[in-house]
Design a protein around this ligand. Structure first.
Ligand SMILES: Nc1ncnc2c1ncn2[C@@H]1O[C@H](COP(=O)(O)OP(=O)(O)O)[C@@H](O)[C@H]1O
Ligand SMILES: Cc1ncsc1CCOP(=O)(O)O
Ligand SMILES: [Mg+2]
Length: 262
């Protein structure tokens, strides 16, 4: 399959919708990226809430617009809380998104991620090594960063999408987004995005926000990828390295214009 470039006007209209009805994203994410994820959601125009206790998470998932499950620092307790939140989300039709951080490299999280694939994620967003491993393919990943090329993981993304019904986004130098039938590609960004922690995790939170919006879920997830690519590119042009990239990136997300996407 040869993915087409996501048309700019589609991304522009998703940004417009997101800002007209700001989604409230229930984030169950890893300990490393909590603050950055919340700031990215606020900068783009969505709202974050980090609710992690099992009882509260099950209560909050139905209230939220979308739920993010990121297994970057999974523990036995967070595993139970995540399961409770996913079940509550499914009962109330709240879309939930999986970020399979470091799947393949470690047994406990790999088993958990495979188990919750049966619980109907709306979308899955990971780097190439994670998507390959989650699909049961050979992956060169050893930790949270990818050691594989995103295009090489597109067949695995297609397979996962067909197996689960989720829209799958595999990210890297270029991003590929598929519902198992059609695929978009999204270009842009830059390597500096991999020299700060949390860009992938924050993207998954933006994907969750976009999954709550009306319209084509495939287009909505691809638009989320496009927002991060364009803001990343603008931030790289305005910064001198990882330290100045982070504030420039938040500023670029905040200032992102539908016209620039279109
Ligand atoms: N080599 C690259 N060139 C341009 N953009 C990149 C590159 N690698 C990653 N990105 C971008 O950085 C963000 C995080 O993606 P990625 O590094 O794949 O996820 P993760 O942080 O989960 O490993 C995405 O927006 C992606 O498009
Ligand atoms: C470094 C690290 N360790 C466990 S989770 C995490 C953050 C990973 O962030 P990202 O996937 O966005 O690079
Ligand atoms: Mg990641």
């Amino acid at each position: 399959m040869q993915p087409d470039l996501l048309p700019g006007p589609r991304a522009a209209s998703v940004l417009y919708q997101l800002r007209s009805t700001p989604p409230l994203v229930h984030c169950m994410t890893n300990d490393v990226v909590q603050n950055f994820t919340a700031n990215v959601l606020l900068a783009i125009g969505a709202a974050p809430a980090m609710v992690i206790e099992a009882e509260e998470a099950a209560q909050f998932a139905p209230v939220a617009s979308a739920l993010l499950i990121n297994i970057g620092t999974l523990t036995s307790a967070s595993r139970q809380a995540m399961l409770a939140a996913i079940h509550a989300a499914n009962e109330s039709d709240t879309p939930w998104v999986l970020d399979p951080v470091a799947v393949g490299a470690l047994e406990f999280r790999t088993q958990f991620a495979r188990e919750i694939l049966a619980l109907k994620p709306a979308a899955i967003r990971g780097n190439a090594s994670e998507i390959l491993a989650l699909a049961g393919e050979h992956s060169a990943g050893r930790g949270v960063d990818s050691a594989d090329d995103a295009l090489s993981a597109l067949p695995a993304a297609l397979k996962l999408a067909q197996l689960t019904g989720a829209v799958v986004a595999v990210t890297g130098e270029e991003d590929y987004i598929t519902d198992g039938e059609n695929a978009w590609s999204v270009a842009g960004g830059g390597v500096l995005m991999t020299r700060v922690v949390g860009t992938g995790c924050a993207l998954s939170a933006v994907v969750a926000a976009c999954c709550s919006l009306p319209g084509s879920r495939l287009d909505n997830v691809a638009a989320a990828c496009q927002f991060m690519k364009l803001a990343g590119e603008q931030a790289i042009a305005a910064s001198r390295g990882p330290g100045s990239f982070v504030p420039a990136f938040l500023d670029a997300l905040y200032g992102l214009k539908a016209e620039a996407l279109a």
